[in-house]
Design a protein around this ligand. Sequence first.
Ligand code: GLN
Length: 308
Amino acid sequence: MICLDRLMLEEMVLEAKKCSVAGEVADYIPALKKANKDTLAIAVFEGENTCSIAGEVEEKFTLQSISKVLSLAVALMDRGESTVFSKVGMEPTGDPFNSIIKLEHSPSKPLNPMINAGALAVTSLIVGDTMEEKLGRLLSFVHECTGNQNIGYDEEIAQSEYETAFLNRSLCYFMKQHGVIEIEVEELLSLYTKQCAIEVTCEDLAKIGYVIANEGKHIETGRQVIPLHIARVLKTFMVTCGMYNASGEFAIRVGVPAKSGVSGGMMAAVPYGPGIGIYGPALDETGNSIAGMALLEALSKRYDLSIF
Ligand SMILES: NC(=O)CC[C@H](N)C(=O)O
């Protein structure tokens, strides 16, 4: 336990919030433009009845790229490592999350599951007879990790992304040509945009982070929600690729496994420690929450959370 001081957490939020002015909310998904750039919220979950919160914690936001960690968990449980990693690699990339450039390299498989191309390939592997069933698998996984059965997806944001996802469409068609994706592209995009639009609060995120942090076990139900070796794979990808092409600097400054999304959400999983959920929609040029990163850096330094 890091025994968080609530007042200290509130002060840290106020301090980190100042960075928001230098960021911008994502606008390439039209519905995300509505976010308030000044918002900053955090939840730190340390097990049963110990969740410290500060900032606008009642705000809901969509997972966006944070969902890549969850779809990877489900695909690995459904298909096993050898199938999943025959379609997607394990190496970080210095390119932006939506880059197409490395796809053309032989053997034409995306570099890792945390960039869009890799995540689309991973989502295509989730088992289910219909897209609804596949989405249902993902949602029940989220329900199980959070204990919150009310979590669903934001239809407006999903639709807004589906209608404008021309880059993701081109990634899919390229991968379909090369046999990385075997299912129908429009169906995959419809599933992927709903997966990205799953709507949570910081507290929900912190609880998911806690499961990943603590060997995949759920503290309240005692259930092994994620097999141990898969929880380790998730944390490793979060360290090496979780903040896209800012992952190296983030590892040095903050040093905890974390995953960000263009909604401004961030989920951190400190091994054998807390799960952390942050929401701050002002982004820097790499697509990471600018105030969220400052806040996590301050928290990591204050409570010595770096794993290195
Ligand atoms: N970086 C992100 O959060 C990207 C997720 C977003 N849904 C996309 O595919 O573009």
